[in-house]
Design a protein around this ligand. Structure first.
Ligand code: NDP
Length: 328
C-alpha cells in the first residue's frame, strides 16, 4: 500500500517536500472489517488549513500520519455483512491506495446514473456545499442577481447552475479567459468576470447592472471588496471559502461599511456541520447529474505520486473544475 504522509508543516506556500511517500503492506482485515481499493482521491482546499497547526474549525492533520481526504473505491475483501466484494463506496481513506474500515463512515454508492468520481465533486461534499450556501444562506429569489467567485470550480460551478435554475441572473468571477468562457458557455452563467484582466471593478459593474443581491464567497481579498461595492440593500453573502488567504497572504477589506449601509447578512458556514441536509442535497444533485442537467468539469491527475503537485496546483488555480487523483 502506497501512502502519502504529512512530513512537515508548510511555511506559507505548500511544497512537495511537505509530503513523504511510504510503502507499507496492504492491511489485513479482521472480523467485521472491509478492505477497499481506492479509485479516486479528492483534493480539496480545506486540506491546506489542516496542514497548519493553528486553531480552526477542524483539528490539524497530524505529522507523520496519512494525509486525510475523501476517496471513492471498490470493496476487494469483506468480513462485514453490510458490504460485499465489488461494492462501490465513498469513504475518507486519505492519500493512499487501500483503506480499511469497520464499515462506519462508509457509504455505498449507486453508480448506475452517476459516475463514481462525481461523488467526490458535484454530487459530493463540494456540490452539497454549493447547495447549502445557496439554498440556506443566500435564499435567492427569481430575478435577483447572484455572484459566485471561483466560478469554474467544484463548488462555484454548482452554485451558479442551481441559481440559474431558480431564475436568477448569475455572474461568475474566475481567473482567465478560458475559465470564463466555460463558465458562460458550459455552465450557462449569464456573464463571467475575469479578475485577472486588470479591471475587476469596471467589469463587475458592467456585468451586474442591477447590483448584487446574493454573493457566494469562495475567495476573499479584492474580489470581495469589488462585490461589496455592488451589493444591494438587504443582500446576503454566504462566506464559504477565502482561498486567496490560505497560504497566509493578508486580505485587507476596505469596503466593510457596505455591510452596515446596505444592511447585509454575512454568514460563514462549514458544510460538515449541517449533515441533516446532506441526503436531500445529494439526492437532488444526483438527479440533476443523472438527467444531464448539471454540468461539471474535472481535472484528473494520474497516480498517487502526482497528488502533491496536483494539490499545489489547486491552490494556485491550475485546476479546472474538481481536482481528482486517479489511483487505478
Ligand atoms: P475549486 O475547484 O474552486 O478550486 C480552487 C479555485 O480557487 C482555483 O481553481 C482558483 O480559480 C481559485 N483561486 C485560487 N487561488 C486564488 C486566489 N488567490 N484568488 C482568487 N481565486 C483563487 O475548489 P473548491 O470548489 O473545492 O472550493 C472552493 C472554495 O470553497 C474554497 O475556498 C474552499 O475552501 C471552499 N469550501 C468550503 C467549504 C465549507 O464548508 N465552508 C466546503 C468546501 C469548499 P481561479 O483560477 O478562477 O482563480
Amino acid at each position: 500500500n502506497k501512502q502519502f504522509l504529512l512530513a512537515s508543516r508548510p511555511q506559507g506556500q505548500v511544497s512537495t517536500g511537505n509530503f513523504r511517500l511510504v510503502e507499507r503492506p496492504v492491511p489485513e482485515i479482521g472480523e467485521g472489517e472491509v478492505l477497499v481499493r481506492n479509485h479516486y482521491l479528492s483534493l480539496d482546499p480545506y486540506m491546506r488549513g489542516r496542514m497548519d497547526d493553528a486553531r480552526s474549525y477542524a483539528a490539524p492533520q497530524k505529522l507523520d500520519e496519512v494525509m486525510q481526504g475523501g476517496t471513492v473505491g471498490e470493496v476487494v475483501a469483506s468480513r462485514n455483512p453490510a458490504f460485499a466484494v465489488g461494492d462501490k463506496v465513498l469513504a475518507m481513506f486519505g492519500w493512499q491506495l487501500y483503506g480499511k474500515s469497520d464499515g462506519s463512515l462508509m457509504m455505498k454508492l449507486d453508480t448506475s446514473r452517476v459516475p463514481i468520481q462525481a461523488y467526490l465533486g458535484c454530487v459530493g461534499m463540494p456540490g452539497i456545499t454549493g447547495w447549502y450556501g445557496l439554498n440556506k444562506i443566500i435564499e435567492p429569489k427569481a430575478g435577483e442577481t447572484v455572484v459566485v467567485s471561483a466560478a469554474s470550480g467544484a463548488v462555484g460551478s454548482v452554485v451558479g447552475q442551481l441559481a440559474k435554475r431558480k431564475g436568477c441572473r448569475v455572474v461568475g468571477v474566475a481567473g482567465g479567459a478560458e475559465k470564463c468562457r466555460a463558465v458562460t458557455e458550459e455552465f450557462g452563467f449569464d456573464a463571467c468576470v475575469d479578475y485577472k484582466a486588470g479591471k475587476l471593478r469596471a467589469d463587475l459593474k458592467a456585468a451586474t447592472p442591477d447590483g448584487i443581491d446574493g454573493y457566494f464567497e469562495n475567495v476573499g481579498g479584492e474580489v470581495l471588496d469589488a462585490v461589496l461595492r455592488r451589493m444591494n440593500a438587504f443582500g446576503r453573502i454566504a462566506v464559504c471559502g477565502l482561498i486567496a488567504g490560505y497560504d497566509g497572504n493578508p486580505m485587507p477589506t476596505h469596503e466593510f461599511r457596505s455591510i452596515l449601509t446596505n444592511r447585509l447578512k454575512v454568514q460563514g458556514f462549514i458544510v460538515s456541520e449541517h449533515m441533516e441536509f446532506w441526503p436531500q442535497a445529494r439526492r437532488e444533485l444526483a438527479q440533476l447529474v443523472g438527467d444531464g442537467a448539471l454540468k461539471y468539469r474535472e481535472t484528473i491527475a494520474q497516480g498517487l505520486e502526482s497528488a502533491p503537485e496536483a494539490f499545489i496546483g489547486l491552490l494556485k488555480g491550475r485546476n479546472f473544475g474538481k481536482q481528482l487523483v486517479k489511483l487505478i
